[in-house]
Every structure is written in structure tokens, then in C-alpha cells.
Design a protein around this ligand. Sequence first.
Ligand SMILES: [Zn+2]
Length: 396
Amino acid sequence: MLVTAARVLAGADRHVVPDGAVLVRDGKIACVGPREEVQRHALPDEPRLAHPAGTLLPGLIDAHVHLCFDAGPDPVATLQEQDDEALFTDMKVRAGQLLRTGVTTVRDLGDRNALALRLSKSVTEGKTVGPRVISAATPVTPPGGHCWFLGGEASGTDEVRRLVQRNIAQGAHVIKVMETGGGLTKGGANSWESQFSHEELAALVDEAHGAGLPVAAHAHGTDGIAAAVEAGVDTIEHCTWMTPDGFEVREDVLARIVEKGIHVCPAVSPHWPMLPKYFGAERAEAMFDAVRHMARAGARLIAGTDAGVQRAGFDGLPSSLTFYEHLGLSVERILAMATTEAAHALGVGDETGQLSPGFSADLLVVDGDPLADLGALKAVATVVAAGKHHELGDSA
Ligand SMILES: [Zn+2]
């Protein structure tokens, strides 16, 4: 398959190749560069997708989704009403929605009964139309803690280790720990409160790293963020720097995040412009400032939407990315957050996230030029995932 476009964002640095092309062979990128050159390697009857006014870029990565939630007003209630088969059917539909938005890789950070792992396998085997799914399976939380209803309650280092082992045995790609409370869980810890002791957190990281798996820590609270960094986690989710009174970025902890290259996924809602209305202008601005501060300090931010929680639909990544434009980040950096940086954070940096020979053919073509206007990401024209071209009307 030969895909041509007015501009191609090529290589690890997404440099612009005007009038460019990508040649796809056996699910991989065989060749990328100027159209004149690349098409010389194409066969006479090579299938062609021509986008003379479009931009060809790597398929996007949403580093924080929950395929088991429905993005409705009460995702927990809906989940609890559904049996696994009904839920799995809905998860396949959501995977299709993500793909049609140009997302070719997602990291699912918490499901029930390893359904996201089942979906991951189904996509790999070509039975389900969807993005590559990197899955944490069941998140680890204390009894009654954040997202306890997903089935991952553990107390004390032995139980924590056993739960991590269970996830590993099921085939999890990453271990998710709910280090602090979260808004989705009624009656649980507050978002700023830590849920695990240092010993429990250290045991979790030890068990995961021992099996070669990274750890993603859900942490809103400043204390929880500090504990997660101390324990050696690999990514921090939300990283809101919440305290009982407001927000407080601890500079010593942020310095360690930067120094250790820990990835931070703020998991910004596609409806972020509504946050001042929900939280009040002052509180929202303090939240925004914390993210801006991390970005300026050189933290390795990655894109994610928390798709599935209230109001965060499975087509929201482009809207979520405009938040970073609002903070003053360059479009180049924002695109890196949703491609190369995210791929590295997910452990697939040698496989996807860039248009380079040998990488998986995960391609997105949009109308217009996202470097000039990030909003162009919403004008999806073509999606190719693992070398397979998906008609945008495809349902799962
Ligand atoms: Zn989440």
C-alpha cells in the first residue's frame, strides 16, 4: 500500500517532507520520504491512498483510557449493571471509536476481569477493529479504595504482591496502582489522600519490575505523588498536586520526576474548557498552572484523556490536546506527547509512534496541516493500524 500526502511528518522528529509518501509492506513501514522516491519501490498495481491536500502523521496514542466505562453520567453504575459479555461487546465498539479518531494505540489503565486484555488479543488476532491495546488489567487498590469495584482490592504487602502476580499471569502489560483516592469512587479516600503505605507501594513496584513490567501510579495528591516517585514508579497519572487546601507542587519531587525521566500523564478531559465552571475559575487556574509548571520544568508529559469516565468520550483526544496549546506548549511538543513520548512511556517506542522504516504501519491522514492548526487533527481522512486500512464508516 502506498499512502501519499501534501506533507508527511517523518522520523522520530516528525520533520516535514513536502509531497511525501509511506510505503507499507506486511503491516510495517517499508519506506518513507519524498513521493517521487518512495513510489519507485511500489509495485505497478500497488493499492494507493492519495491525499494531495492532507497531512500524513503517525497514528495517535491515548495513554490513559478505561474501555470498561461508558463515559456517561454514572459510568460505575452502568458497569455494575453489565455482565462481562455485554461489557465486552461495548468495549469493542469503543475501540472502534478510538480508531476512527486516529488513535492507533491506547493504554487501558483499569478494567474488570481482564476484559481489556481479551480485547487486546482480539485486536492483535484481527477479530476486532481497534487500536493496539496495552492493558493494566485490574488496578490495585486497598479494600473500599478508588475503583475497588473493578476487583483489585489488596491490603498488606503479601496481598499486594499476589494481586500483581495475578495480573502478570493474565498477561498484563503494565501494573496500575491507585496510590490516592479519586473522584469516581463514592465513599472512598479523597483525591489528595494516599491509600497505600510505603511498604505496600515498594512491594508492588518490586513485584512488577521483577517481571519486567512498568508501574503506572494514579496520584492526585502531592503526598501520593512524592510516595510514588520514591517507590520508583514509571508513569504518574493525573499528577494534580492536590492538598487538602488546594494545590502544591513540591519542587524537590518535581526535580526528581524530571531527573529520573518519569512520564507524567495529566489525563486531561476533552471537556477541559468546562473545568472553570465545575471547579471555579480560581481552582481551575491553579490546576492549569501546575501542569504548565511541570511542562516548563521539563517533565516528560504524555497525552491521555481518561476516556470512559464522566464526559470523557472515546473520540476526545484531539480536544484534550488543545489544553496544552492553551497552556502555551508548542504544537511540535504536543504532537510528540501523543506519538513518540507516549510510545516510549508505554514501552512500545521501538514499534510505533513514528513514521520510520521497520515501525508498525500505524498511520493517520488528516485534512489540512496540524502544525499550522492543531484543530486539523479532528479532520480524520484515513486511518491505517498495523498496516490495515480502516474505512472510517467501519463499525466494530
Ligand atoms: Zn483513569
